[in-house]
Write a protein that binds this ligand. Structure first.
Ligand SMILES: Cc1cc2nc3c(=O)[nH]c(=O)nc-3n(C[C@H](O)[C@H](O)[C@H](O)COP(=O)(O)OP(=O)(O)OC[C@H]3O[C@@H](n4cnc5c(N)ncnc54)[C@H](O)[C@@H]3O)c2cc1C
Length: 222
């Protein structure tokens, strides 16, 4: 496939560049390996985390603010499955919106992992090669995993792992984000009205890692 501009990566950098290049009259192909456009931001970053923040705010308001405003509701409960479904729906709507924008601007989305094979060619796994006059590399970045012992354990989650959870553990993260301390095992957090979640903010000294943890992490990183 020939084009004027090949854009490698369909995240916020790539899809906006692709749209602009098409608006300026170029024939543009955007190559993205994930099943949805939008990159980290829309799929596993800014958007899903902010969807959850909205749920956390609603929960917090129901507990802390409604009564002050004269609104009476029964004790709010976190339905984590519904919060996850809401988050997924927001992501789907946004990534679908990007696909629609590319289409409306005449940008072709080629699904697959791209690799430069010459100064004017990108080979796309599972799709045809793309030959281009100009290329934009917008492949984003990947998190560095510091050499902390135990980090490969399934009990250690990064943000993508957290967002993929559909139950218990993430409940504890929600509770913490809402300013409640989590006292016992996270597995118990999915109870409709968890007794281990205290309705008070964490003391300031508990909000950061204990000094010995900070020191040990620093040693590994140093
Ligand atoms: C949890 C979290 C929350 C965040 N919240 C915010 C926020 O609130 N506000 C904010 O401004 N930023 C936030 N960010 C950062 C934001 O997501 C990134 O800055 C942004 O996504 C970078 O955009 P990008 O297009 O450069 O890269 P990416 O979004 O990473 O997009 C790169 C795309 O290229 C694709 N790709 C890579 N290599 C290839 C290849 N060889 N072939 C085909 N495709 C390829 C990838 O699949 C990916 O879709 C957050 C990030 C995370 C992880």
């Amino acid at each position: 496939m020939d084009c004027d501009v090949a854009v490698l990566g369909g995240g916020p950098a790539g899809y906006t560049a692709a749209i602009r290049a098409a608006q300026l009259g170029g024939k543009v192909v955007c190559i993205e390996q994930e099943p949805a456009l939008g990159g980290t931001c829309l799929r596993v970053g800014c958007i899903p985390t902010k969807a959850w923040v909205q749920t956390a705010h609603a929960l917090h308001d129901a507990r802390e603010t409604f009564a002050k405003l004269g609104v009476g509701v029964s004790e709010p409960q976190l339905d984590f499955g519904q919060a996850a479904a809401w988050k997924d729906a927001v992501v789907k709507q946004m990534t679908g919106g990007v696909a629609g924008l590319l289409k409306a601007n005449g940008v072709e989305w080629l699904r697959g992992t791209g690799r430069f094979t010459s100064p004017t060619t990108i080979a796309v796994e599972g799709a045809e090669d793309v030959t281009f006059k100009s290329a934009i590399v917008a492949t984003g970045s990947y998190p560095m995993r510091p050499p902390i012992p135990g980090l490969d354990s399934p009990r250690c989650l990064d943000s993508t792992g957290l967002l993929a959870l559909t139950a218990a553990l993430a409940c504890a993260a929600f509770a913490a984000a809402s300013g409640w301390s989590v006292r016992r095992g996270a597995a118990r957090a999915a109870r409709p009205r968890p007794r281990h979640v205290e309705e008070r903010p964490l003391p300031a000294r508990r909000r950061s890692a204990p000094p010995e943890h900070r020191r040990s992490t620093g040693r590994h990183l140093g």
